[in-house]
Design a protein around this ligand. Structure first.
Ligand code: SF4
Length: 283
């Protein structure tokens, strides 16, 4: 059986003390260990931002992409090797700002990917600007008079676009988050887990105390097969639910795009293929 320590690279995280990313990191490592995931068969893809350092701290294969491009890289990896477990981890600025178009298309394609979004409602790495999920009225360096825009709702967007596993967790509740991540990794399809992640340095509003007063867990009365109910819960704003909002089983993109029982691209014999012509054309 795998242990949590197996997924520790030994590097010391550079996050600010108290950052919500520490709780998410613990949940990710614990989920991978409890699922007995093979490190050599797992890829973490991240982008740019405070929340895009998981590739350095989780001991699996890793790819650090550019800002907002986590999902295209992950889609390519899955199509080249459908035996690879691919976990995407990034921030709200990365995923819901510049990467929003990829988010929508990955959801509608239903590739077998797990996408964890560390949603701190601010740009932390660039020292505190309004992000796509910042609340209206929120004052930051980029909105000194208060944000005049409404925040995006990642859950309703994921549901509308066709994501088949839609969940929300909290960095301050590692036990619940770990189970949501395990469920997402086990799910055969596009799994989105939006995670409230306090940024203790730049987000003075959405603090651990603020979340503890606002959050509640979805109970047994919530039907995860009902998209209507999922939308209703995802639109709540007085109190904010965490848990699994929606789950649906349907064929994945890989099921439909790749010939049955075909070897993954990375395992196919290309020794008799002359790629020189192609290289000449591209160079
Ligand atoms: Fe975490 Fe915010 Fe510090 Fe970034 S700036 S490491 S998000 S507390």
């Amino acid at each position: 059986m795998a242990k949590i320590e197996d997924f520790n690279t030994g590097q010391t995280p550079v996050w600010c003390p108290g950052c919500g990313n520490f709780g998410i990191l613990m949940a990710v490592r614990s989920a991978l260990a409890e699922l007995n995931i093979k490190r050599e068969n797992t890829l973490i893809v991240s982008g740019i931002g405070c929340s895009d350092k998981y590739n350095q701290y989780v001991n699996t294969y890793a790819f650090e992409s550019i800002h907002g491009r986590i999902l295209p890289v992950a889609m390519g990896a899955r199509l080249a090797n459908y035996n690879l477990k691919v976990v995407c981890i990034g921030g709200d600025g990365d995923g819901y700002g510049i990467g929003m178009c990829h988010f929508v298309h990955a959801a509608r394609r239903n590739l077998n990917l797990t996408y964890i979004v560390c949603d701190n409602q601010i740009y932390g790495l660039t020292t505190g600007q309004t992000s796509p999920t910042s609340d209206k009225g929120f004052k930051t360096k980029s909105t000194p008079n208060g944000n005049i825009e409404m925040p995006v709702n990642p859950l309703t967007i994921a549901l509308s676009a066709g994501a088949t596993y839609v969940a929300r967790g909290f960095a301050g509740d590692v036990a619940t988050l770990k189970e949501l991540i395990k469920g997402g990794i086990q799910h055969n399809g596009f799994a989105v887990i939006d995670v409230f992640q306090p940024c203790v340095t730049f987000n003075y509003k959405n603090t651990y105390e603020w979340f503890n007063a606002k959050l509640y867990k979805l109970g047994e009365d919530h039907d995860t097969s009902s998209k209507e109910m999922a939308f209703k819960r995802a639109n709540e704003s007085e109190k904010l639910p965490i848990g699994l909002f929606y789950k649906e089983d349907k064929p994945t993109y890989e099921d439909e795009a790749l010939p049955a029982k075909a070897k993954p691209l990375v395992e196919q014999d290309i020794s008799n293929v002359n790629v020189d012509d192609l290289m000449d054309e591209l160079m």
